[in-house]
Design a protein around this ligand. Structure first.
Ligand code: HDD
Length: 688
């Protein structure tokens, strides 16, 4: 018993609690009987067989045997946090949604970020779309905005979702590859699904390898409706804009990070929130009316299209702050159940066929995952406002309804018998709908390439080259040349130079163009909002500096750098040849956070090396140290280096001739100025 962790116990009312005094509570069985010995099963004799009457042993193993629930069929790997949403000013001119009525009003929120394709244990830096699911516990019920970090989707109709996901996940006969799209099935499906080409441009960009959840945007994707108190409806697209700025890693870093720290994104969010550096996003609305929808080049019900911010500006209406990690990963992050159908008065759906299908799927999937219809009773899912209905009974019912009434209308529930009238009950927008029953795609959904091109031409040159590299990488994992050809045949409608670069990278000829369902528009204007690099941070705050030290280092220089980092809200990880740390020139001890091979430079946004002459010479002999520096350089990172570090730089291949604006000597530049320079994050014209 002595080795047991502090744990919560279950009290009379079925609520979990810790002992009021904070003391370690006694272990009990689920029936509340105190356990005398939790470490030895009951046996007939010291070396004899275990007895079936050992109820405590049976209960403990029974519970353990049933600890897992099915993982989500998509978005299995995720990480959640609590926070709040704050409305800037009343939006009563747009919507009667209660959370938007009063400036300064805060609404409790829970957010789960995720990757789509990988299983629960897959690495964080897979090239993949990130889920950005937000649950807002409003006073008038829960509103779930179940979005992604990309504003468009692969397919236009939900009926194709199982095909898309089957194609992206592990191939069914061999059970691999895990958490990646670089395989035959995925690209086979894509090559036969031209509507996915806009999304393909986004997933081949660095959007799918974000530096962390904190540095990515979120999007509601579909066109929704806002409905005001008079019943007037306007269309809306939802955006989450990170106040931290956008940032991604490079593909080479992503591959290394998956080995160095498969939990890189989880750890980042945990570290940031636990240290009080709360990430924030602003909620942006693109509001437009039927007239705009009519005029717009594309169908606003088509989830493979954006509305460029230049055409409909994004109005920032509030902020989302994540300020508390969960107490328990399973109870909260695993059991949270999002559902696109969860909307509140003032927010409504459109006929986007992807959204319509999602509204069915999310409720349905929770039955499988959470085992019954009462998952809304789980604390993370339960609304924070009163809930009254006669949806009683079922597996694991946690509420205990009182009284005789379990049907409606009834004359038991109060004086006024008969049907209830509820003020501000949810009313669907009375949109007029009629039409023949058909299985058809609207011809207004037929343009598959124009916005893919617009996305591509809106990227900086560096970002365009990353898209080319990603396509070459992925298609090089496809071993059927015909599939590669089919993809390139689509690319030709997006950009000829892009196609030629990809063909060159593959060592293949450029194929004929695919036959388009509709000829694309080729002169859509560039939109800077689509670039990551044009929407970077305003400072280096919130980033992580890797500081490599050796014995005999000048303590004053280390302290000056640490102070400058603290002033600039930059986190420092001290890396040393040994985990015990280093002994500085003045005899003081500086503890390390990582041993050099456990803390490779890919983990950091910028690096600094402060070493004694002998320390630098010793590092120059170490493979890990040379790689630490060579990688930081190749990945375009800012490198701050003290006097005496030259032998290490030379050994790592960063000779004097290769020292550019990102190689910053400590002898000439103060630590604070170095950190200010790091705002640019990378020196992109550095050739690796
Ligand atoms: Fe989905 C989970 C986002 C299309 C069916 N989806 C899921 C999650 C996110 C999204 C963020 C994870 C929620 C969580 O953290 O628990 N999905 C999207 C977006 C889509 C989209 C932005 C397109 C715009 N999804 C989509 C379609 C279907 C689904 C078309 C089915 C017809 N999605 C599901 C699901 C999941 C899910 C099977 C798995 C686990 C869950 O719902 O709760 O129902």
């Amino acid at each position: 018993m002595a080795d047991q962790h502090d744990r919560e116990t279950v009290g009379k009312g079925g609520e979990t609690h810790q002992t009021a005094s904070g003391a370690r509570p006694d272990l009990t069985t689920e029936q509340g009987v105190r356990v005398a010995d939790d470490q030895n099963s009951l046996k007939a004799g010291r070396r004899g067989p275990t007895l079936i009457q050992d109820q405590h042993f049976r209960e403990k193993i029974f519970h353990f045997d049933h600890e897992r629930i099915p993982e989500r069929v998509v978005h299995a790997r995720g990480y959640g946090a609590h926070g709040f949403f704050e409305t800037y000013e009343s939006l009563s001119d747009l919507t009667c949604a209660d959370l938007f009525q009063r400036g300064g009003e805060r609404t409790e929120a829970f957010v789960r970020f995720s990757t789509v394709a990988g299983n629960k244990g897959s690495p964080d830096l897979a090239r993949d779309v990130r889920g950005f699911a937000v649950k807002l516990y409003t006073k008038e019920g829960n509103w779930d905005l179940v979005g992604n970090n990309i504003p468009v989707f692969f397919i236009q109709d939900a009926i194709k979702f199982p095909d898309l996901i089957h194609a992206a996940k592990q191939e069914p006969d061999r059970g691999f590859p895990q958490a990646q799209t670089a395989h035959n099935n995925f690209w086979d499906f894509i090559s036969l699904t031209p509507e996915s080409m806009h999304m393909v441009m986004w997933i081949m960009s660095d959007r799918t390898i974000p530096r962390s959840f904190r540095f990515m945007e979120g999007f509601g994707v579909h066109t929704f409706r806002l409905v005001d108190a008079e019943g007037t409806s306007r269309f809306v697209k939802f955006h989450w804009k990170p106040n931290q700025g956008l940032q991604s890693v490079t593909w080479n870093e992503a591959m290394q990070l998956n080995g160095a720290d498969p939990d890189y994104h989880r750890r980042d969010l945990w570290d940031a929130i636990q240290s009080g550096d709360y990430p924030e996003w602003e909620l942006g609305l693109q509001v437009f009316d039927e007239d705009f929808a009519e005029r717009f080049d594309f169908d606003v019900l088509d989830a493979t299209k954006i509305i460029p911010e230049k055409e409909v500006p994004v109005r920032r209406v509030g902020r989302l702050v994540l300020d508390r990690m969960v107490n328990n990963f399973f109870a909260e992050t695993e059991q949270v159940a999002f559902q696109t159908g969860n909307v509140v008065p003032g927010i409504d759906f459109t006929d986007d066929p992807l959204l319509q299908g999602r509204n069915f799927s999310y409720l349905d999937t929770q039955l499988k995952r959470l085992g019954g219809p009462n998952f809304t009773h789980i604390p993370v899912n339960a609304p924070r406002c009163p809930v009254h209905n006669f949806q009683h009974d079922g597996h694991m019912a946690m509420r205990t309804p009182k009284g005789r009434a379990n049907y409606e209308p009834n004359s038991w529930s109060g004086a006024a018998a008969g049907p209830r009238e509820t003020p501000r009950g949810y009313e669907s927008y009375p949109q007029h709908v009629e039409g023949p029953k058909v299985r058809e795609r609207s011809p207004t959904f037929a343009d598959h390439y124009s916005q893919a091109r617009q996305f591509y031409v809106s990227q900086t040159q560096v970002e365009q080259s990353h898209i080319v590299d990603a396509l070459v990488f992925e298609l090089s994992k496809v071993d059927v040349p015909e599939i590669r050809n089919r993809v390139m045949a689509h690319l030709r409608h997006i950009d000829e130079e892009l196609t030629e670069s990809v063909a060159r990278g593959l060592g293949m000829a450029v194929p004929d163009k695919a036959t388009p369902a509709r000829e694309p528009i080729t002169d859509l204007p560039r939109s800077p909002a689509l670039s990551i690099l044009e929407n970077g941070p305003e400072s280096f705050a919130g980033r992580r500096l890797g500081l490599l030290l050796t014995d005999e280092v000048d303590r004053a220089k280390v302290d000056a750098l640490l102070k400058a980092a603290a002033d600039a809200s930059v986190t420092v990880t001290v890396v040393a040849p040994q985990i015990a740390g280093v002994v500085a020139e003045d005899g003081t001890h500086i503890p390390a956070n990582e041993k050099i091979d456990g803390g490779p430079s890919v983990l950091f946004d910028a690096v600094a090396i402060l070493a004694s002459d002998s320390g630098a010479q010793a590092l120059a002999q170490m493979h890990e140290a040379r790689k630490w520096v060579a990688d930081a350089y190749a990945h375009g990172k800012f490198i701050y280096y003290g006097e005496g570090v030259k032998p290490l730089l030379d050994a790592a291949g960063v000779s004097s001739a290769r020292r550019d604006s990102g190689m910053i000597p400590a002898s000439e530049v103060a630590p604070g100025d170095f950190l200010t320079a790091c705002t640019d994050l990378r020196v992109w014209d550095r050739s690796a």
